[in-house]
Write a protein that binds this ligand. Structure first.
Ligand SMILES: Cc1cc2nc3c(=O)[nH]c(=O)nc-3n(C[C@H](O)[C@H](O)[C@H](O)COP(=O)(O)OP(=O)(O)OC[C@H]3O[C@@H](n4cnc5c(N)ncnc54)[C@H](O)[C@@H]3O)c2cc1C
Length: 246
């Protein structure tokens, strides 16, 4: 069985207290021609033994160096990932997965992300920016606070060149409107949890394609809210970051 290709860590970026981006060089053409939304597995050598492979979405665009944005969870993501450096031994396998497979063909796209579930959509939007895509995109990004939205500035920039509206849905901010800036009308704020009312306020299309990525509890609620708004659950393309540790 393939164990993956040797990768060299070029850089790690601490996005915030819980999330780190790792940028790697891998000698495998497939990692530069992957489809946005795909993931790869990585293994790290620890005390002379290879870890189990762990899956992470490729958060960069095709053609970029291999990039993954990883939130602390258990030992692998809390201890091994933040400690990576250019001497670390690491192996990557992939790319895998079909999430967002045909997204570039959809004229109107609605993306709903929970926390680090933004990673496939970052890849899609980074790719759209590179290619000058004309798709109309609405991104609901659900976080506890605005400080958790580590890619907020990049999304602001993207909204200047793409047909992109970003709605930050913030569950623990008492007054999220304080972040609204008149000169950036495409960056909007909502208080609470994702809801059918938010959809009604921001989505005016009946033909949009829906994509969802986030923790399983949040996915359940979002699917229910989408259904209440008239979007059939089986038409929503979903990626759950559920991993069985095999
Ligand atoms: C397709 C896919 C894409 C993903 N993309 C990303 C991404 O872009 N960014 C990101 O931060 N995370 C992503 N994840 C989640 C990520 O793989 C896990 O959070 C990570 O592997 C868990 O490592 P750990 O630190 O808990 O490891 P360990 O401490 O080694 O994990 C211990 C055990 O906890 C259990 N476990 C850990 N995480 C999960 C989980 N998510 N579901 C079920 N059981 C679990 C397993 O049994 C595992 O053996 C993705 C998962 C999948 C399946």
């Amino acid at each position: 069985m393939s164990t993956g290709k040797t990768a060299k860590v070029l850089k790690t970026i601490k996005e915030n207290e819980t999330t780190t981006t790792v940028i790697m060089d891998v000698e495998d053409e497939r990692f530069s021609s992957f489809r946005p939304g795909q993931f790869a597995t990585i293994r790290i050598m620890e005390n002379g033994e290879w870890s189990k492979p762990h899956p992470f979405t490729i958060s960069g665009a095709p053609g970029d160096k291999l990039q993954m944005t990883i939130k602390r969870n258990g030992h692998f993501t809390s201890e091994l990932i933040p400690a990576l450096n250019d001497a670390s031994q690491i192996q990557c396998a992939g790319p895998y997965g079909i999430f967002c497979k045909d997204i570039a063909l959809k004229e109107e796209i609605v993306m709903v992300a929970g926390g680090v579930g933004i990673t496939p959509f970052l890849s899609v939007l980074r790719h759209f920016k590179k290619t000058g895509a004309k798709n109309t995109c609405t991104l609901f990004w659900c976080n506890k606070t605005f400080a958790d939205a580590f890619a907020a500035s990049e999304l602001e920039e993207m909204a200047e060149s793409l047909k992109l509206t970003v709605i930050h849905v913030l569950s623990r901010e008492t007054n999220p409107d304080m972040y609204y800036e008149e000169e950036r009308p495409q960056i909007k704020f909502e208080k609470g949890h994702f809801s059918r009312d938010m959809l009604a306020r921001h989505i005016h299309s009946t033909t949009a394609s829906f994509y969802l990525c986030g923790p399983s509890g949040m996915q359940q609620t979002v699917v229910e809210e989408l259904a209440a708004y008239g979007i059939a659950p089986d038409t929503v393309e979903k990626e759950a970051f559920v991993y069985n540790g095999a």
